[in-house]
Design a protein around this ligand. Sequence first.
Ligand SMILES: [Zn+2]
Ligand SMILES: [Zn+2]
Length: 385
Amino acid sequence: MIIDDKAWHEIESWIIEMRRNIHRFPEMGLNTIRTRGIVEEALDYWGIPHSRPIANGVKAWLGPDQGNALLLRGDMDALPIMETTGLPFASEVAGCMHACGHDCHTAMLLGAARYLKTHEHELTRPVVFMFQPGEEGPGGALPMIEAGILESPTVTHAAMIHITDDLPSGVIGLKEGPAMGGCDDFTLTVLGKGGHGSAPHTGVDAIMVSVAIIQALQVLVSREQDPLDSCVISIGTIHGGYRENVIADRVDMTGTIRTLKPTTRAAVLSRVQEVVQHVATMYRATAELEVDTGYPPAAANVPWTRQVKSILAEQLGTGHVVNIAQPTLGVEDFAYVAERVPAAILNLGIVGDHFTTGLHSSALMVDERALKYGAAAFAALALNG
Ligand SMILES: [Zn+2]
Ligand SMILES: [Zn+2]
């Protein structure tokens, strides 16, 4: 078993050191300049070749030049959250924190690269390491794909790890098939006609029309959508009106649409457009709907995920691999990779003794004993996949 290799003793403490270093100085979006520097410096130190397909994204590689490559993904960006853990290595950047665990992902991928460098002669296929910025937005995976990260060598399989607060430390969960949601945010403006509140017939009440539109959108979810094929439409903000006796001529809303399947996503988007326009017309108003297309749904390739599970059970121990039955409507821009090549999504448990709260929370504490298992999982896939 790869996990029993004594080499991990040293690599584990190095991974934790790297993770804490990245954690102290988080960076957001595509501006992962320092983090990218840490990655490149480590790769240079261990003699691993690398390039920079986009400004702050790094591609590294090991193994034969030719053949079907395996891509391993780690994301590097943080969130606009003020850390409250009080840890000695807590964020020193006000209002910015690694609350989604991308510090762990980057450190684990580096740990795997370091391990694999010493086993390079055993690699039967090329391995590509993708260190990407911008996962929390505006997206770093797609620009790196457009810059050719899936080519030369040609990537035929991919895997990513995300930490999860749903599993105990060091346990890896995998979902087969549809795994994560697609996200489309929208702004919706309803335009009516102003008037006196005592004489509503002289105007077109944008507030009343908005109420009808919101109701109709929820009916779309509850009465048209297969209940076993998830879809959520949430209106997150609504603003309109001037004072108690004025008929509002305008209402502005924003919301999000989450779906699990590409076909459902397309169908729901077109029905939302229809419903909004028809309800507005029915009540003599007009509506402007602007959809900001987000990440697509992410599906884990079933045969590849099953192969990953058996490799992990063999190399980490059966107790470290579990099935995940339910998908989530959270999003992940690795979905762009999964759209193009068979992909596996590994959810690494980080819940230990000092666990406080979950991901995207200011008090998130990661049980760092999990990190060795993530790095070993990456390495095991490269050596056995
Ligand atoms: Zn996140
Ligand atoms: Zn994340």
